[in-house]
Design a protein around this ligand. Structure first.
Ligand code: UDP
Length: 479
């Protein structure tokens, strides 16, 4: 047995097959492994190589962390062979089939549970059946949504009171019932298919909510000081048992670990960091829409035009699926922007970029990982939500924390996003970089960054919650 008595605790970590879910879950597994817990990340063969890179450093530190693969049921689900991650979906039409295919992972997971007999499983919200699987083996299942407390509370209140049925038009706003802070949201920012007929995905979300209630508890990638009111509301009013153990990204301490999260940078050997090294502190706007959003070329063109008109330096990560026939960059754009703007086509080392002193602001689609990474780095944001929990996260950033300005995206339109024009982009970029308001938001973000780091240190709120959780799981397993 190790000095802290956790030697025998073995936990399965089972993320949904998308970078935005795998990245924080792997960070979480690393954090547990640092505390002498044996951590096994469950995934499919196609996702194993990049996870393997992400845990390399933890392994050289002799932490007990490993990957266990189960086959993705491509053939059974009539999906292409190499489709094992949301990232490689060639068309949004296949999302439904992909989600449904993941339900077939239950049986292979249970075979692994039988073989390895872990003491607990932390499974993604999109695997509601994992609660039943854990129960078959008499072990606790913890849910990981990858959401903020704010979004967890907002979605629960929305699901319970269904206020969207009470407004007559999509442009009308509604107050999220009983959610602290009188938060208003336009109906058009809510899941569109929730208001039409039931679909497989709606059913999955309902099952996820229901399994959350039957599971042992919820682990949250957040820290208490960031969203106290909502952390308390989720546990004390909505009655969920929770542990906040983030920001998980802070478990990556050196350059190599920070660069090895996710897909692998598409720019050679930190080329973008060298570019940032040549810039003055807080002088560059970083633009990235996460790992799933693919904006249409017409929208990219508006961003390019707006960035140029703002007269600010920028680093812009562009994710494209295929050319759709529209010139996405105005004539001569790259030539004119030489030295002033850098476009990264593909994947960027986001954590390293956000932590670089040259970064002054972040245009984000409001994925929770991105927001938390920016807050941890003290970077204010321009919020440009596209879908999922992103519209709720925007409210937290702009109205509660006040460390960002909204670009004005209101409508949930699939993964393509609302129509935003270049003049609006220009105005938002100027607001976040120039003037009193900008300084105020930057100072607030800087303060949060300090609190985030403190939360993860010995005696900090997240550190303490993690210790409490490990103690509880240990006593459940061995006493
Ligand atoms: N990310 C990255 N480089 C990229 C795009 C994304 O490192 O070029 C990482 C980012 O740091 C974050 C995750 O991918 O950890 C994206 O998660 P988020 O919740 O922000 O958005 P999602 O991809 O789930 O929409």
């Amino acid at each position: 047995m190790s000095s802290n008595g956790n030697h025998n605790l073995h936990i399965f970590f089972f993320p949904f097959l998308a970078y935005g879910h795998i990245i924080p879950t792997v960070d979480m597994a690393k954090l547990f492994a640092e505390k002498s817990v044996k951590a096994t990340v469950i995934t499919t063969p196609g996702n194993a190589p990049f996870i393997s890179k992400a845990i390399e450093k933890a392994k050289t530190n002799n932490n007990e962390i490993q990957i266990q693969t189960i086959e993705f049921p491509s053939a059974e689900a009539s999906l292409p062979d190499d489709l094992e991650n949301i990232d490689s979906i060639p068309s949004p039409d296949l999302f439904g089939a992909f989600f449904m295919a993941t339900t077939l992972l239950q049986e292979p997971l249970e075979q692994l549970l039988l073989k390895q007999r872990p003491n607990c499983i932390v499974a993604d919200m999109f695997f509601p059946w994992a609660t039943e699987s854990a129960a078959k083996f008499g072990i606790p299942r913890l849910v990981f949504h990858g959401f903020s407390f704010f979004s967890l509370c907002a979605t629960t209140c929305m699901g319970f009171y269904k206020p969207d049925n009470d407004v007559s038009s999509d442009s009308e706003s509604l107050v999220i019932p009983n959610l602290p802070g009188e938060i208003k949201i336009a109906r058009m920012s809510l899941r569109p298919y929730g208001r039409s007929q039931a679909t497989g995905f709606i059913k999955l979300l309902a099952e996820a909510k229901e399994s959350e209630l039957r599971s042992h508890g919820v682990v949250v990638n957040s820290f208490y000081e960031l969203e106290k009111v909502y952390a308390d509301y989720f546990s004390k009013v909505l009655g969920r048992k929770t542990w906040h153990i983030g920001p998980l990204s802070l478990c990556n301490r050196d350059m190599e670990e920070k660069a090895n999260r996710g897909k692998g940078a598409s720019v050679g050997d930190h080329e973008c960091l060298k570019w940032l090294d040549t810039k003055k502190p807080k002088s560059v706007v970083y633009v990235c829409f996460g790992s799933t959003v693919v904006l249409p070329d017409s929208r990219l063109r508006e961003i390019a035009t707006g960035l140029e008109a703002s007269d600010q330096q920028f680093m812009w990560v562009v994710r494209k699926r295929k050319e759709d026939g529209v010139e996405w960059l105005p004539d001569g754009f790259e030539k004119r922007m030489e030295g002033k703007g850098l476009i990264i086509r593909g994947w960027a080392p986001q954590l390293l970029i956000l932590e670089h002193e040259a970064i002054g602001a972040f245009v984000t689609h409001c994925g929770w990982n991105s927001i938390l990474e920016a807050a941890s780095a003290g970077v204010p944001m321009i919020t440009w939500p596209i879908f999922a929990d992103q519209f709720f996260n925007e409210k937290l950033v702009t109205e509660v924390l006040k460390i960002g300005v909204p670009v004005g995206a209101k409508k949930w339109v699939g993964v393509e996003g609302d129509n935003i024009t270049s003049d609006v982009v220009e105005k938002a970029v100027k607001t976040i970089t120039i003037g009193e308001e900008a300084i105020d938001m930057r100072n607030k973000a800087k303060e949060l960054s300090k609190l985030a780091r403190r939360a993860m240190e010995e005696g900090g709120s997240s550190h303490s919650d993690l210790t409490t959780l490990i103690e509880e799981l240990t006593s459940l397993a061995f006493l």
